[in-house]
Write a protein that binds this ligand. Structure first.
Ligand code: GAP
Length: 487
């Protein structure tokens, strides 16, 4: 097994063992593409969302909203999702495995690419060719003549060749019905993005909040996509959460605001502790742009399985508001009081996955490092170096031993801190073990009541990352922790 797979396996196993993420409906064998967040996981996810909500809506130019998941079906015709939100899909006739066409091609090894090209054009691909040449030719064929490749590729699941069906377009929206009759007139969709709930409410929010352009509307919530292939833990799931903000601007100022939001969004991930060298921008080439976008950049994070998008920043022009105006027959134009102009604003969208960001924070904070044991030796500790604001538990409180009045003092500290912070009390096992358990859970501070506490009412506070301990007066614990957690 490759090193990166091993790391991923360790993180998935830690996530389950420590109650971050469980497979959905596990006792029934699980439901593909769906996950449940356990006691620590739900705290981490809430903290990710709270941090996003705080930076987005605690500013004077952005308002929040919480629109319904089910919307009028015309919304998805206007948005282009009924027509365009599709992925090409192929099935293996032999074993019934199903693949997204582009993923099938992307995951074909260079050796298999070479074999396929040799079979299609033996003369040209007989001898030794550089990998770059093979990749370029294979990619060209994948785009221009996918059917020919499908005839010579083997199914990754059963190994049979020539068993793929022709590619078909598959709409990723989940359908359901409103009311008791399941006919075509009752079809509605589970929203595949939260953005549309913002567009259709643009003028409601603008007039209720008396915002003037430029201003934004932020929303976070569930979105659903019937992905053909779910994979890589929380990376591509069928039910997930998005954190989207749509910024309405005057046409002509859109490029300036696009750059502004690009910078803000990258900085958010850095400020919350993702290593800079594991983040990069990926610009969508013109022929790969979504149907609504003029320009689009993804923020990518380097996961153990490779680079993957965690957020998109898109210049959506006036596409969405114009389409809703056209489909609803209602004006979506903004009237500028000062210039007396009426116009359709352009939209700069920042669209992050809460669950994907969560996974990036989990993966980005995971470390294994040598740590001293109580006996003076060293062992390897697994630690989640989560930013203190994201950490599910902020502090753990231990009595060094269960006698001499130490548990009573520790319990008093717990009682005192609990209304303000999520804390954890632990009195079982050696203190070194207790530290390791908190390291794995990402708890930034461990407070220990020891024999000196009995003399001078001070405790040790151990920092998770440096493992250094400081003595702090019990009476100063609250301001001490508040100061560290507000950073
Ligand atoms: N409103 C624009 C929009 O939805 P997107 O690039 O399709 O754009 C935005 O999605 C973000 O939503 C992605 O960057 C990703 O973080 C998250 N996302 C999309 N599909 C996902 C899936 N199947 N599972 C988990 N997260 C997903």
């Amino acid at each position: 097994m490759g090193y990166s797979n091993q790391v991923m396996d360790k993180i998935v196993s830690l996530a389950k063992r420590r109650g971050f993420v469980f497979q959905s409906s596990e006792i029934y064998g699980g439901l593909n593409g769906c996950w449940d967040y356990g006691p620590l996981g739900v705290e981490l996810l809430r903290n990710v969302k709270d941090e996003w909500w705080r930076v987005m809506t605690y500013r004077e130019d952005i308002e929040g909203i919480d629109a319904s998941i089910l919307m009028h079906p015309r919304v998805w015709e206007a948005s282009g999702h009924v027509e365009n939100f599709t992925d090409p899909m192929v099935d293996c006739r032999q074993c019934k495995a199903r693949y997204r066409l582009d993923v099938l091609f992307e995951e074909t090894s260079i050796k298999k690419q070479k074999d396929a090209l040799r079979e299609l054009d033996p003369q040209r691909f007989q001898g030794q060719q550089k990998d770059e040449v093979i990749i370029a030719e294979f990619t060209k064929l994948a785009e221009t003549a996918p059917s020919s490749l499908l005839k010579v590729l083997s199914c990754p699941n059963c190994g049979n060749k020539g068993t793929f069906t022709e590619a078909r377009q598959f709409n990723l929206m989940f359908k359901t019905f409103v009311g008791p009759v399941e006919d075509s007139g009752a079809v509605v969709y589970l929203r595949p993005e939260t953005a549309q709930g913002i567009y259709v409410n643009f003028l409601n929010v603008q007039s209720a909040s008396r915002q003037k352009i430029p201003f934004g509307i932020a929303q976070l919530g569930k979105a659903f996509r019937n992905e053909i292939n779910t994979k890589n833990f929380l990376f591509r799931t069928r039910e997930f959460e998005q954190m989207e903000m749509q910024y309405f601007v005057k046409p002509g100022t859109d490029e300036k605001w696009f750059e502004y939001w690009r910078e803000q969004r990258m900085q958010w991930f850095i400020d919350l502790g993702l290593p800079k060298e594991k983040l990069r921008w990926n610009q969508h080439p013109p022929d790969k742009l979504a149907h609504y976008a003029k320009t689009a950049y993804d923020i990518e994070f380097e996961f153990p399985f490779g680079w993957g998008e965690i957020e998109g920043v898109h210049n959506r022009t006036d596409y969405d508001l114009s389409r809703h105006e056209q489909y609803s027959g209602k004006s979506m134009k903004y009237f500028d009081d000062e210039t007396k102009e009426r116009f359709t604003p352009y939209i700069i969208e920042t669209s992050a996955g809460a669950s994907r960001s969560y996974m990036a924070f989990l993966v980005g904070s995971y470390a294994e490092e040598e740590a001293p044991t109580a006996e003076g030796a060293t062992d390897v500790r697994a630690v989640l170096k989560l930013h203190p604001r994201l950490a599910p538990t902020k502090a753990a409180i231990f009595p060094l031993v269960n006698r001499d009045g130490m548990p009573e003092i520790a319990k008093n500290i717990e009682r005192d801190l609990r209304p303000h912070l999520r804390v954890f009390y632990d009195d079982s096992g050696a203190v070194g073990r207790r530290y390791r358990r908190q390291d794995e859970a990402g708890t930034p501070f461990c407070i220990t009541v020891d024999s000196q506490t009995l003399e001078d009412q001070s405790v040790t506070v151990r920092d998770r990352d440096s493992m250094l301990q400081e003595r702090v007066a019990v009476s100063q614990l609250k301001p001490y922790l508040r100061d560290k957690l507000l950073r």
